[in-house]
Write a protein that binds this ligand. Structure first.
Ligand code: ADP
Ligand code: ZN
Ligand code: MG
Length: 521
């Protein structure tokens, strides 16, 4: 199979996402008063409504409608004042009603968009805009100084409910094949769920990942879900097709399931792009089917051929009246809107002169962005912002094993500030900074105490450095001669040797200056 880079030279990928979020921050289900609780004993949170017993009548959860309207406003959607619920009929024991209550052609939220700032390595998967200058636009993309911005349409966000959970006993790894019987837990049945559908506007796996990251940070900021991809409260299906570059019509798409992490989302789409290219280049056709991404086998497997909307006999739910939203209601929701991540990115860029990459990296992780704000509030001057951002992005972020990990107690704004201060005053070198950071976390001590204890101060004493430089040059006469003959790359070798002898404590700026001077004497 060809590499993604190679495939994307001749093929254009077209990607649209369908993203489900459970409204985990609510207390009750979508159409009944049953409690929402993850991990409760099976079938302890059920009632005639969520079990679909005859005669039971649903009542919509107002708090859930508030959540979806908040989500719509936060993603630039139009809020539809009148929408309806529909029945999506299917026969499977995970929903005792034999239908899922969902929405029809008009959802609460329609026609939204997100603008994705693509920078650094993530921007390089896109190769069709290399000829543009910063500020120039082609299609839905505008080139920027450090990458590009992609405008991605959101078709709709609709309200629906989750199904129950099935457990298959006796089969392989809990799968249905080979199972002797199945158990069902209806605690999750009726959990409020919102589904966002994007336009087919995404063109690379990195854009898909960025969309998901942006959406997740928005949902977390507005507090409607815990957005755990691992536990399935945020789930993403990817629709993907290929067309030859320059072609106008879309190709046949496949739908990819089980992309339960940002990495799986990227890698699953990347694999599927390469697989489709191989099929098409060998004269084959793509079948519209649902496929499953297997991250350990690193391939996608067919799950089923596509059902159509007709198969579900979608029809208006007779037990629920059309839902009318008043202006007052919409405005009362808008009034609860906190600062959104995009606004935070811009504020970090404007107030602290951070790059887009740094600001996005911080805002993508609420733990980092709030630590950053706490550091800046703690006597850190705006001039320290870049230093603080570097430590947070390059060191602190690595300490989080997953989305749920907490900030280690050893890290405080006060300690980060004093570490940054020592780096900026060149009391310690950047290499020593890494060591101090690691020791601070391991030993739960103030960075200044660590520096004192380990006698780690950076050596900025010109005389001492000159002595080391002299030693290094005289013990490498061949290299020195080659340098003088014009091999200027050897400069790095001498600087490295000096650093080694000073065990990383030498001031790199001074070493560079002195090595250059002495070699040119
Ligand atoms: P379906 O009827 O199969 O559910 P939809 O038109 O409702 O398809 O679209 C579902 C998702 O698939 C949307 O996110 C949409 O943007 C995306 N999509 C539609 N057509 C294509 C295509 N040819 N290639 C890639 N994605 C597509
Ligand atoms: Zn119930
Ligand atoms: Mg559809």
């Amino acid at each position: 199979m060809k590499s993604l880079e190679e495939v994307l030279r001749t093929w254009e990928a077209v990607i649209g996402l369908e993203i489900h979020a459970e409204l985990t921050t609510l207390t009750t289900k979508m159409f009944c008063g049953c409690k929402l609780e993850f991990g409760a004993a099976p079938n302890t949170h059920t009632c005639p409504v969520c079990l679909g017993l005859p005669g039971a009548l649903p009542v919509p959860n107002k708090a859930a409608i508030e959540s979806i309207v908040l989500a719509g406003l936060a993603t630039n959607c139009d809020i539809e004042k009148r929408s309806m619920f529909y029945r999506k009929n299917y026969m499977y024991p995970d929903m005792a009603k034999n239908f899922q209550t969902t929405q029809g052609p008009i959802a609460f939220c329609m026609r939204g968009h997100l603008d994705l700032n693509m920078t650094g390595a993530a921007s390089r998967e896109r190769i069709d805009i290399d000829d543009l200058e910063a500020g120039q636009t082609r299609g839905n993309v505008t080139k920027t100084q450090d990458g590009y911005c992609a405008h991605v349409g959101i078709t709709r966000i609709h309200m629906e409910e989750d199904a129950g959970k099935m457990i298959h006993i006796g089969g392989d790894e809990g799968r249905i094949s080979g199972a002797t019987h199945s158990l069902v837990d209806y605690n999750r049945a009726g959990t409020p769920l919102i589904e966002l559908v994007t336009e087919p506007d995404l063109r690379t796996p990195e854009e898909a990942r960025a969309f998901m990251q942006n959406l997740r940070r928005i949902y977390l900021a507005i507090g409607i879900s815990d957005c755990s991809m691992e536990e399935g409260s945020l789930r993403c299906d990817g629709n993907i097709s290929l067309r030859r570059r320059g072609e106008k019509t879309f190709g046949t798409k496949t739908e990819l399931k089980n992309m339960n992490s940002f990495k799986n989302l990227h890698d699953g789409l990347a694999f599927e792009i390469c697989r489709q290219a191989e099929v098409l280049e060998n004269g084959g056709v793509i079948h519209q089917e649902t496929r499953h991404w297997d991250p350990s086998a690193k391939c996608t497997i067919v799950m089923r051929v596509k059902e159509t909307a007709d198969d579900y006999r979608l029809f208006p739910e007779p037990d629920l009246a059309p839902y009318d939203l008043t202006d007052e209601f919409i405005e009362s929701v808008r009034a609860k809107m906190p600062e959104l991540p995009d606004a935070k990115v811009n504020r970090f860029k404007n107030d602290y002169a951070l790059s887009t990459y740094d600001a996005e990296s911080l805002v993508n992780d609420i733990r980092l962005s709030s630590l950053f704000e706490n550091c800046m509030a703690y006597q850190a001057s705006p001039a320290q912002a870049k230093g603080v951002a570097n430590i947070l992005i390059n060191e602190v972020a690595l300490l989080f094993a997953d989305d749920e990990s907490h900030l280690p107690a050893a890290i405080s704004p006060e300690r980060i500030s004093s570490l940054v201060q020592m780096l900026q005053e060149e009391t310690i070198s950047s290499k020593q900074g890494k060591e101090v950071f690691a020791a601070m976390v391991a030993e739960d001590k103030d960075p200044r105490i660590i520096v004192d204890e380990r006698n780690m101060k950076q050596v900025s004493d010109t005389g001492a450095i000159e002595g080391v430089v002299d030693e290094v040059i005289s013990s490498h006469p061949d290299e020195a001669a080659r340098y003088k003959e014009g091999n200027v790359k050897l400069m790095g070798f001498f600087v490295g040797e000096c650093m080694k002898r000073m065990r990383g404590a030498g001031n790199p700026k001074l070493i560079n200056e002195i090595v250059a001077r002495k070699l040119n004497e």
